[in-house]
Design a binder for this molecule. Structure first.
Ligand code: SAM
Length: 262
């Protein structure tokens, strides 16, 4: 790592602390969104959601909170995962009635891409009213059909019994204390990933499904494999890193069966 890179990475970590701290529930200005794009993805346009790059967000009426700007899955990453899921869905019978469920939707961008690519309805839950309201605004601005609920993910699961073995769930809980110097511990997210998977299994009455999950590129204590014990790993998508090891995103696809080991 050269000194310029080190300097920009230090600026990233300082900005990250602000976005998750004092600016956590503040709608960012156009200028701040461009700065986020530059520091996280190397250029202002690197931050792009709903097909709208950061330099255009303010004029297009898109609102992003500090926390969502850090937590979101940007367009190219979400689109790559949606392509991979579409590959797996090639055998979906027409009219299977499958659905996409974005349980911790934040910006809603991940579910949006999956729903569009798979041509399936999307149901999304977000329980922080401030995040929910900005996402509601954004989805309205772009004319999205994502069905957004101000709900705890468990309540959304309770409303959505399984429809098809091609149902796909997006699992992206906040990392909080799970993000440690040793890496991301998926058994310590809030709620822990194994607990979320159990909730999904319970809601499906034995029918298998697909799971898409985001991690960073440094997993602690083998916690991803341990969380998905018995499930089938299908793909891992690794976007080109823009930050130091441990701060970049990876995406994983799993096939979740019905039992405690699947
Ligand atoms: C990591 S972010 C998700 C980012 C999202 N995938 C995106 O692309 O913007 C996690 C989100 O889950 C929400 N959340 C946390 N606990 C929740 C719960 N129990 N039920 C529903 N939403 C929850 C948080 O408020 C936060 O907005």
């Amino acid at each position: 790592m050269n000194s310029t890179t080190t300097g920009s990475h230090a600026a990233y970590f300082t900005f990250r602390d602000q976005l998750l701290g004092p600016l956590r529930t503040t709608v960012l200005t156009g200028r701040q969104l461009c700065e986020a794009g530059r520091l996280i993805y190397g250029r202002p346009e690197g931050l792009s959601l709903y097909g709208i790059p950061a330099p255009e967000m303010e004029t297009r009426g898109i609102q992003l909170l500090g926390r969502t700007t850090i937590e979101c899955s940007i367009d190219p990453y979400s689109a790559a995962v949606a392509d991979a899921v579409a590959d797996l869905h090639t055998t979906t019978p027409q009219g299977s009635g499958a659905m996409v469920v974005d349980l911790f939707c934040g910006s809603g961008n991940f579910g949006l891409h999956l729903g569009r690519r798979l041509a399936l309805p999307v149901y999304a839950s977000e329980f922080d009213p401030v995040v929910h309201d900005t996402t509601r605004n954004n989805l309205d601005r772009i004319g999205s059909t994502v069905e957004l609920h101000l709900l705890d993910y468990r309540d959304l699961l309770g409303k959505l019994p399984a429809r098809s073995d091609h149902d796909t769930y997006v699992v992206e809980p906040p990392w909080g204390p799970a993000f440690t110097a040793d890496g991301l511990d998926l058994t310590r997210t809030s709620p822990p990933v194994p607990e979320i998977l159990d909730d999904i299994r319970r809601s499906r009455d034995g029918l298998p499904c697909y799971i898409a999950i985001k991690t960073n590129d440094q997993i602690a204590h083998d916690s991803l494999t341990r969380s998905f014990t018995g499930a089938q790993h299908l793909r891992t998508i690794t976007p080109t890193p823009t930050l130091p090891h441990g701060a970049n995103m990876d995406f994983h696809l799993y096939r979740l069966g019905s039992g405690a080991n699947g």
